[in-house]
Design a protein around this ligand. Structure first.
Ligand SMILES: [Mg+2]
Length: 266
């Protein structure tokens, strides 16, 4: 029987609109306007310079220290080695504050795909580089979402949070290499008991798509930031702008396809 047996979901940018991007941006602004203002003139940083594009291409999907280093190097901040931990710590404190304040939302299209995939009998893993992923996932009530949207899903039991529907959560573990290295996804597949070739990965970051393909897995790229081309170039088998476009019948038969044609008739 051909088909997918496991689905591995990135968290930030796929399942939730999490406050990481805001935390990276705001914590660097605090430093540049505060303790680090003496070196500000030697950098390319300005209050508007940390765009979503910079976040997507330099920081997203990387472990915390690697993300901090990439951002500081991007803005040519001097003495990166001496600053990287301070930046990473400030960002972490800020993101926890934002999560606890409820400053994030789950994506409806992602919750619908999670439920459909679960109902199809696939095993589910969460695989985020972030150590905060479980904080986000357990604050989202999947049973309420299903009830509010009239979704009949026996696998979503009363009281179930988004964290509860995942069979495995490898988020935030320290692996020798972060994405785009496939370590994390290979560990997720192994813990699900699924061969990489029978696993699909849902990712919003080019580095995550590269990690999935390097691990021999199928990859859905969800372009939430007008970056479909980057995801396609990273090797995604299918790129969508909403996870509702993932063809469910094809998925159940072990293929990835998009229901809606791409704009421009491609
Ligand atoms: Mg992501």
């Amino acid at each position: 029987m051909a088909g997918f047996q496991g689905a591995i979901f990135d968290v930030d940018g796929v399942l939730v609109d999490s406050p990481h991007e805001a935390a990276w941006r705001e914590s660097l602004r605090e430093l540049m306007e505060g303790e680090w203002s003496d070196v500000r003139g030697r950098t390319t940083w300005t209050p508007d310079a940390f765009t979503s594009h910079v976040y997507q291409t330099e920081v997203s999907g990387k472990p915390r220290l690697a993300g901090a280093r990439a951002a500081l190097e991007h803005f040519h901040v001097p003495d990166v080695d001496a600053r990287v931990e301070a930046y990473a710590e400030r960002k972490q404190a800020m993101v926890v504050r934002l999560i606890e304040a409820g400053r994030f939302t789950a994506y409806d299209d992602a919750l619908r795909l999670v439920i459909d995939v679960k109902e199809s009998g696939l095993l589910l893993a969460a695989a985020s580089s972030s150590k905060n992923a479980h904080l986000l996932l357990r604050r989202i009530r999947l049973d309420r979402f299903a009830a509010e949207h009239g979704i009949d899903a026996p696998s979503v039991t009363p009281g179930a949070t988004l964290l509860d529907v995942f069979d495995v959560d490898v988020s935030g573990r320290d692996f020798p290499h972060g994405k785009p290295h496939p370590d994390m996804f290979l560990a997720a597949a192994a813990e699900l008991g699924v061969e990489p070739a029978a696993a699909l990965v849902v990712e919003d970051a080019p580095a995550g798509v590269q990690a999935a393909k390097a691990g021999g897995m199928a990859a859905i790229g969800i372009a939430r930031a007008d970056d479909a081309d980057l995801l396609a170039r990273a090797g995604a088998d299918v790129v969508v702008t909403s996870l509702d476009q993932v063809d469910r019948a094809a998925l159940r038969s072990g293929r990835l396809a998009r229901t809606a044609p791409a704009e421009g008739g491609r």
